[in-house]
Design a binder for this molecule. Structure first.
Ligand code: C2E
Ligand code: MG
Ligand code: MG
Length: 696
């Protein structure tokens, strides 16, 4: 090779790019230091070889490079020039080098002796470009996997660039041409105004251009509604004008649907599907506003089922649930479409009548409801009867907020219960005092429990054949401010609803035991002490063991104690009642069925209960001489008592005639004012002594 020194290559020696010079046969006769640094070939290794033989032998993937393929290089060898083409070389270490090349004929002393090649290493840039392309591809894939659609819109251009996924969301073909008008056509008409507003808002100069909105799209094919969430950004030019809007969109129909279901579940009662309290309040806000505009009255009906609890306890919750569903169905049946039927919980329902013409209108509906719900419900061969008690309040006349109106209707409902159930009552302000009375009584009762001021009165029980006292029944009393004693009929229901009944009940048990022990110690020897037990007290799972513990605490002989339970307390859950009574009986405690005849006992159940006594309610013994109905009931009870070998006690005896009638018809014991009113312990004691003295 002609000496390289013959050429003036001093410029090339310091060039920042690689430089190769070849002869007319394309063989390398020179490489500069940068070329050596980048490609790592020594002069010996490249000189005399073509670039194709050395640096460009193969592509990195192994494909051989032919001279034919390197047209540019050949052209240069043949005396042509080429600029800025990218060549891919392989360095000695096998590394791939991208170079941006310029090749031109090389002259020496006016004669073309070959070609000179400048190669700028752009590998790093190229790699970055490839990386970017790869991540763009990855992003694209990720977006597709995540079902994300993309859009890119140059403001002022008719066409919108939409990704195929986005078009798919709107039911459009992947190759469909998108325009802004088409987009707006796809938006649900009800959401269009909002979408336009957001687009306009985020295109305003001075804003950060970000936008996010959710709207309903209508599928071009099937017209189905889809929820789309879109998020993106408007780009502005240097004058602050919106030039481009880029963003992504996702189909959130499923999420919206799930949200709707959750919302609906949260607003509806799952058992009956009726609106719950929350939704009722929401409806009422609208209804009352409308009523104000139309100067109309709305009625609120509070409906509570009478004696629903025993159904649950007797037949199980499944039956109870079905009864509630049936009641819901009947309520819907006897109301109009515009009325609202809702369930507050338990056996409480609310009906709102949005337009009533005075009280009478609401009464007609209440009457319908009474008749409809009263009808026997047939369920799995069972015949179940429930009745409602209904309280009514009126929007504006009685109150102006739904919570107030529900409260008033609730108070009226209680009045309906007091009036014997299965009826309705309108709210009157006097009921508010009753409610205040309840609160006050609850306070008084708590205070009495704390300070120990509750009292027991004792009424003697008389053996009808001998006329001798054979026991006492304890009655609780709550002293009021002016020294008089309140009757349990007034405060026991309050103790029950306020959750105080166990405390009150066991105070009675202990106090009665304490008294019985005293009388025992003082030689009075009252053979039997009767203790009244309310249904909710008896319901307590620990009732029997706690009762026995109280007896043991005072060392009372259990045979000297008797508990009195009503039919409803026992019939609520017969197996449970039997098990509790058996525990007490096994210790010797005697059991009496109080107020017999007032409930709805299935006589068949009587035989399964371990009873000792039946007590004929006062309502049958009252005026027995002129009360044929009472007489036949008393006769029946006496007959049942004989048949089941139970003692029968007549209560509330006020006259000799009644006492005689009962004695002549086989009654065992009596109590009543004829003998003595309930007395405080000291008075009872002297009365008792005097009686014993009389008869001794
Ligand atoms: P009950 O056990 O059937 O009691 C009979 C009620 O009739 C008592 O009313 C008694 O004072 C009253 N009475 C007795 N003889 C006559 C009479 O000749 N004429 C009239 N007019 N009334 C008479 P009281 O004490 O107001 O009790 C009412 C009800 O409250 C009781 O009915 C009983 O179910 C319940 N009760 C009373 N004391 C307690 C108690 O300590 N605990 C519980 N859970 N309930 C009680
Ligand atoms: Mg009693
Ligand atoms: Mg009674």
């Amino acid at each position: 090779m002609e000496s390289i020194q013959a050429f003036d290559v001093s410029i090339a020696e310091h060039a920042a790019d690689s430089v190769f010079i070849t002869d007319t046969s394309a063989r390398v006769i020179y490489q500069n230091p940068e070329a050596r640094r980048v490609f790592l070939f020594s002069d010996e290794e490249v000189f005399g070889h073509t670039l194709l033989d050395t640096l460009h032998q193969r592509y990195p993937d192994g494909r051989p490079v032919t001279l034919e393929q390197c047209k540019v290089y050949r052209a240069a060898v043949l005396g042509e020039s080429a600029r800025d083409f990218v060549w891919q070389f392989t360095g000695k270490d096998g590394r791939c080098v991208y170079a941006s090349c310029t090749v031109s004929p090389f002259f020496h002393r006016g004669e073309r002796i070959g070609a000179i090649l400048f190669a700028a290493d752009i590998t790093a840039r190229r790699k970055a470009e490839q990386e970017a392309a790869r991540s763009a591809e990855k992003l694209q894939l990720a977006m597709e996997a995540a079902e994300i659609g993309m859009f890119d819109h140059f403001v002022g251009e008719r066409r919108l660039a939409w990704s195929p996924k986005l078009k798919e969301m709107f039911g459009l073909r992947a190759d469909a041409d998108m325009t802004l008008d088409m987009f707006y056509e796809c938006v649900h008409p009800e959401d269009l105004e909002e979408v336009r507003r957001v687009v306009l808002e985020s295109s305003k100069p001075g804003t950060d251009g970000r936008f996010h909105y959710e709207f309903r799209a209508l599928d071009r094919n099937d017209g189905k509604e889809r929820w789309i969430s879109t998020r993106g950004r408007t780009h502005f030019d240097e004058h602050g004008q919106a030039v481009r809007r880029v963003g992504v969109a996702v189909d959130i129909t499923e999420r919206r649907e799930a949200e709707r279901r959750v919302q609906e579940a949260a607003q509806h009662d799952s058992l009956t599907g009726l609106p719950n309290r929350a939704l009722l309040y929401e409806y009422c806000m609208h209804l009352f506003a409308q009523a104000d505009r139309l100067h109309a009255d709305c009625a609120v009906l509070f409906i509570d089922l009478d004696r629903f609890k025993p159904i649950n306890d007797l037949y199980g919750h499944d039956v109870g649930d079905k009864v509630l569903q049936e009641v819901a169905r009947r309520l819907l049946q006897c109301t109009r479409k515009e009325d609202i039927v809702s369930r507050l919980g338990g056996d409480e329902f609310i009906v709102i009548l949005p337009r009533v013409l005075g009280k009478e209108d609401s009464e007609t509906v209440a009457q319908h409801i009474l008749e409809s719900i009263r009808k026997t419900i047939q369920l799995n061969g069972l015949q179940i009867s429930v009745s409602p008690s209904i309280g009514i309040s009126l929007y504006r006349k009685d109150g102006s907020s739904i919570s107030e109106l529900i409260r008033y209707a609730d108070l009226a409902m209680y009045a309906a219960k007091r009036a014997g159930r299965d009826t309705f009552r309108h709210f009157i302000p006097e009921y508010l005092h009753l409610a205040e009375d309840r609160v006050e009584l609850e306070q008084r009762l708590k205070e009495a429990l704390r300070s120990g001021t509750l009292q027991l009165l004792y009424q003697p029980v008389i053996d009808i054949s001998t006329g001798k006292p054979v026991g006492a029944e304890a009655f609780i009393r709550l002293p009021d401010n002016n020294g008089s004693l309140l009757s349990p009929d007034r405060f026991i229901p309050i103790a029950e609803s306020a959750g105080l009944i166990d405390e009150v009940g066991f105070w009675v048990v202990r106090e009665a035991c304490r008294q019985q022990q005293r009388w025992q110690d003082s030689g009075l020897g009252v053979p039997s002490m009767s203790i009244n037990v309310s249904a909710s007290q008896f319901r307590h799972p620990e009732f029997a063991p706690r009762f026995i513990a109280a007896i043991d605490e005072y060392g009372i002989e259990p045979g000297r104690l008797e508990i009195e339970l009503t039919e409803s307390a026992l019939m609520e859950n017969i197996p449970d009642a039997v098990s509790k009574l058996d525990q007490l009986k096994s210790r010797g405690v005697r059991i009496a069925l109080d107020d017999f005849g007032t409930g709805y006992s299935n006589l068949g159940h009587l035989t399964s209960l371990p009873l000792d006594k039946l007590k004929i309610d006062r309502s049958f013994t009252d005026n027995l001489e002129s009360n044929e109905n009472g007489k036949s009931i008393a006769d029946t009870i006496l007959g049942i008592g004989r048949a089941l070998n139970l003692e029968v006690v007549g209560e509330g005896i006020e006259s000799e005639e009644v006492m005689r009638y009962l004695r002549d018809h086989g009654c065992d014991q009596v109590q009543g004012h004829l003998f003595s009113k309930p007395l405080a312990a000291p008075e009872f004691e002297s009365w008792y002594r005097s009686q014993l003295g009389l008869y001794h």
